[in-house]
Design a protein around this ligand. Sequence first.
Ligand code: ASP
Ligand code: MG
Length: 430
Amino acid sequence: MKVFKFGGASVKDADGFRNFARILQRYANDSVMVILSALGKSTNALEEIQAAYIKRDNERLTMLFETLCQKHIELTEQLFDKKEQKKAVQADLEGFFQQMQQQFGQEPNANPAFLYDQIVSKGEQLSTVIAAHFLRAQGLKCQWIDVRNYIKTDNTYREGTVDWAETSKYIRQLQQETAAQTGIWITQGFLGGTPEGFTTTLGREGSDYSAAIFAHCLDAESLSIWKDVPGILNGDPRIVKDAQLIGELSYEEAIEMAFYGATVIHHKTVKPLQNKDIPLYVRSFINPDVEGTVIRSRVSAQQLPLIALKTNQILIDVYTKDFSFIDGAQLGKIVSLLSKYNITPHLSQNSAISYTTCVTHNHRIAELLDELSLYFDVRYQGPIEILTIRHFNDEVIAKQLGSRKVILQQKDDQTETLYMVIEGSSGIRK
Ligand code: ASP
Ligand code: MG
């Protein structure tokens, strides 16, 4: 079986859906598991809906919700010619709209992260319903699957942790049921389900990760991520002029660059594939004949410098209060607090009496800083960014750095990687 992932940009409008179906027509005799995101930008719209609901801003909520419903209904008007087909898909959409309305009729008293997942998850449910109906209308054999019955997570809302044993069990059952059949199975990226039957999300842009989970559990022959770029470039073209396409990349380089800010694939995507030696193709949905980039274990040596920028970071400096050393016990305390708030250090360094780390700024940082302050003197600064250059040379460094000040720097000769913490360009609040 092949696993395909299509992002929101590929299905942002009717033409996008037609192109999506044309690509799948090429695989009509294969068996393909398709993981789809919400329509372009609708996850952002749903986040705004959730915020208005929590603030009890009913006027705004109604306006935003109506816009969302209209967008989906209009799309079906453009995609389906036959009356019965239109009626069937719109009835399915209506079911989801009603669930949302029912939610909005209740007081938003529950945990906001829980409410976020119950609401924001609707984007993928709606997009996949339209896609399944549309593929069938194009004569393709297609089955819609509710991912919440397959990807099982704990109840860490907004960042569900996958229960791999349960998830593998359910996905393998699906595989047995569908063995030897050809056709398309379509399901939602980004979502999971708790054992109690609630919906979770896996973190923004998490659909790549969903696809990797399916590929892993299905022992897929490959995962293809279809994007609006020709493949992986050696840097984000918004920050790297003359960025070039990379033909192949090792799992190690891919996971490092994704971790350090290369947004072309979600950073959690690589591990499940590496663990089963499943190749990952990053390909263009605009030019499906172009080969793109393959990520796998054996590749020829990388020549191009690889550049990534990790934004939205803060630098935290922790000092012992009484001039005692940062020893194992002190480090342990700091690390256990990072772990408690589910915060990953991206670059760390220590001296006799201080420990410094860079972390992503998120809604739990304030709590972390408060608790660290009970034991240490804590300072923080932001916005900062981490500029990572693999296979660096002086020319590339100078070009990327420009006039920006380097606050902290680390060099790894073995992997030819230079990490630079630099002043950022976006505003950050505590
Ligand atoms: N729709 C979700 C998001 O925009 C997940 C994804 O696209 O990967 O974050
Ligand atoms: Mg996306």
